[in-house]
Design a protein around this ligand. Structure first.
Ligand code: GCU
Length: 712
């Protein structure tokens, strides 16, 4: 809004909300009111217009009402301010100090910028004399700038703070909800959900709790997420209807998330033309099918003009796909992309395609090879608005896997990297398992060898041509959003890495800690911060220590995937085997004698992985079947490593629990209790893992623990 139109907005100034109305109905996660104290105690001027500027204004107004500051929206009179949040294109204000701050911001931008604009979502933060100024080209940038100021707390007002320019490295930063509309008889309301029911759906209907969805959007925006799919990739009959008859349900969610800059996407079934359209085929080459997708998609955009697009799991684990019609995945993806293109939408087409009816007797079929074998021959054939969404590893979100070779093999395709924030294989939000360091390793991995481009570069692409980062969400209707309160850190970290995959996960954790456990809200902030780091920093490695060893993966209880099931999948059709016998363990994926998977990598890694001598210890059993006495680079034998890490892992969990106990009385008792209860379960479960894995390998190998510890 320009200066002329601002007078009627005076009512926004100084408005006090009635006592308690902005008390969160659920845990405030990384946006507790306290995090807004530094901003809310200041005099803030917001300048500009647009739905997201109104969101900024609303946020600032609430903070100021609580902490005694003041807020103005494009005032037509002179005011003294401490903070200016302004759109660059918004007209001049009759306020010399504010204009001076804006001019200083512009000058800083010229100085540190490369002549580029701030873009749709970027912002500049600078100090101009006594004023902190945030400039953006577009309303979304102003919102992200606001949350940056909140994150910085007092540091945003440090006179010595040099100017900063921020732009997201990735255009699309997306969460996939595996939420079912109707409760699935096996998978429940949320597939692989460990945080209660769905935020969006209950028993076949929209849940209708729009306030919670809004609160969720707010949290996501503050972490950097800007896209969300709201139903499971496995699309059932009820869920299929969201595309047509029940589009209104999606429109309602989109309306609530829009003010936080989040676009809604929908998982659709490839069979939709048959299931919904009554056609006899879903063949992507059929004219009637193309016309159906085009018309249906047009209808979606009439209802939701900023609709993001479709997410598709096809020809995978029983979902329909183009193979039925003798077509390939490029044919399949392109027909949806063609329908979305006129409206600016994208299709996220998942590369998680493999044979889930494998014969365990057949050692030549390798699930790890599948995505590469199916997709790399199609490189260059996907339309520009297709994003091929690739799980970060070749198998299935394991605690340790090599990075998927597909990510290095499709230079002419937009690739997104898919992570799993929901902790299906990493403790199901009953175990503390901070995944930031793991994702950091994946994103920093250089698939072409040392010094080359990284996975983060692939997701970013050249000139924003990359497909971005996608993750399966870990949230539900739980009081703490994520079941385990410390699992909130994983969601926050995902958003921040999606904004900038080069950020240091430990620094992100630091941000999360100081926002979620504000120093001013505890008697001993140093103890709280240190303890949380001690518990979380290495928790993924701890989890790895007491579960499947040396990258071999799985060994989980079949079906629910929680707890040990060493041979649980060994003789099944799912293709996830470890091949342990009396002499050794591991999967030979070498080119020379195994499945040939190692050869799917560019030469540097193909060579490193090919031989047990050069293969990194942590992936040894992923790539090789070796004798128990094989000596690792660490100097330990495989069998002794298994024993040692399993004993150590459980000891580390016991230490975590003791450390947590030092926080009793220091933090919110509800958070304390929930985590304490989950740590008890983690100690129990880790002990079970240790004893089963150690007993299993002792019984197979007959090799005793050289330290004589108890093995059953
Ligand atoms: C895993 C998970 C399934 C999920 C699938 C997917 O296999 O166990 O529940 O549907 O991944 O990513 O599609």
């Amino acid at each position: 809004m320009n200066a002329e139109g601002s007078a009627d907005l005076e009512q926004l100034v100084f408005t006090e909300e009635p006592e308690g109305t902005d008390e969160p109905r659920v845990h405030a996660a990384w946006l507790p009111p306290e995090a807004f104290r530094a901003l809310g105690a200041r005099r803030v001027l917001v300048h500009g217009q647009g739905m997201l500027v109104d969101t900024v204004l609303d946020e600032v107004s609430r903070a100021c009402a609580r902490y005694g500051g003041r807020v103005w929206h494009s005032p037509s009179w002179d005011v003294d301010v401490d903070v200016v949040l302004a759109l660059r294109g918004a007209g001049e204000l009759p306020n010399p100090a504010v204009e001076a701050a804006r001019a200083a911001g512009e000058a800083a931008l010229v100085e540190i910028g490369d002549g580029e604009t701030l873009g749709d979502e970027g912002f500049l933060l600078a100090r101009a004399g006594e004023v902190t100024v945030v400039l953006a080209d577009a309303p979304a940038g102003l919102l992200y700038g606001l949350f940056h100021v909140v994150r910085l707390c007092a540091a945003a007002y440090d006179p010595a703070r040099p100017p900063e320019r921020h732009r997201p490295a990735l255009r699309r930063r997306m969460l996939n909800h595996w939420d079912n509309v109707a409760v699935h008889p096996v998978m429940g309301q949320v597939e692989r959900g460990y945080a209660g029911g769905s935020i969006f759906w209950r028993d076949g209907r929209p849940r209708g709790d729009l306030a919670r969805i809004r609160e969720y959007g707010r949290l996501l925006a503050a972490s950097g997420v800007n896209a969300i799919s709201v139903n499971n990739v496995n699309v059932g009959r009820t869920e299929a209807l969201l595309l047509t008859d029940r589009l209104g349900d999606i429109a309602e969610i989109a309306d609530v998330l829009r003010p936080y800059g989040i676009r809604v996407h929908l998982s659709v079934t490839f069979a939709a033309p048959v299931v919904l359209g009554g056609l006899s085929t879903a063949d992507p080459m059929d004219e009637a099918v193309r016309a159906w997708w085009a018309a249906t998609t047009r209808n979606v955009y009439e209802r939701i003009p900023d609709f993001g697009g479709y997410v598709v799991k096809a020809d995978s684990e029983g979902q329909p796909g183009p193979f039925t019609y003798g077509r390939d995945h490029a044919d399949g993806a392109n027909v949806l992309a063609e329908a979305l293109a006129p409206h600016g939408g994208v299709v996220h087409w998942r590369a998680f395609v493999y044979n889930h009816h494998q014969d365990w007797r057949d050692r030549s079929t390798d699930r790890a090879r599948a995505a590469y074998d199916h997709f790399t021959p199609l490189d260059g054939r996907f339309r520009a608005n297709v994003v091929v969404q690739v799980k970060f590893g070749p198998v299935d979100f394991q605690t340790r896997e090599p990075v998927s070779p597909v990510l290095a093999a499709m230079p002419a395709t937009r690739l997104a990297v898919e992570l799993q924030v929901t902790q299906e294989y990493t403790g199901q939000q009953r175990h503390v398992c901070h995944l930031g360091p793991w994702w950091g390793e994946v994103l920093r991995f250089e698939p072409w060898g040392p010094g080359g481009r990284t996975i983060a570069d692939v997701a970013t692409g050249v000139a924003e041509s990359g497909g971005g980062l996608v993750a399966v969400a870990n949230t539900g209707d739980d009081l703490f959003w994520t079941g385990h309160p410390l699992a909130q850190a994983n969601l926050y970290t995902f958003g921040r890495l999606a904004w900038d995959p080069r950020l240091d996960p430990t620094a992100i954790l630091d941000e999360w800690i100081s926002l979620t456990f504000p120093p001013s809200a505890t008697a001993d902030p140093e103890l709280v911060g240190r303890t949380l780091h001690e518990i979380l920093d290495d928790s993924w490695r701890t989890y790895e220590r007491y579960t499947a060893p040396l990258g071999v993966g799985f060994m989980v209880h079949p079906g629910d995937h929680y707890g040990p099931g060493i041979d649980g999948y060994e003789y099944t059709r799912w293709g996830t085997y470890h091949f342990a016998d009396r002499d050794g363990v591991g999967v030979d994926r070498s080119r020379a004698s195994g499945t040939g998977f190692a050869a799917q990598y560019p030469p540097y890694w193909a060579q490193v992985y090919e031989s047990p001598e050069s293969c990194p210890d942590e992936l040894l059993l992923f790539f090789h079947h070796v004798p128990y006495e094989h000596v690792l680079h660490s100097g330990s034998t495989v069998i002794q490593h298994i024993y040692d890490t399993h004993f150590t892992g459980v000891e580390e969990v016991a230490v975590m629990r003791r450390r947590w106990q030092t926080l009793n009385g220091m933090i919110d008792p509800a958070v304390y209790e929930r985590v304490a209860e989950r740590l008890d379960e983690q100690v129990r479960s880790a002990t079970e893992w240790r004893d089963q894995v150690n007993a299993y390998f002792f019984r197979k190998s007959g090799v005793p623990d050289e330290r004589g510890r108890t093995i059953y």
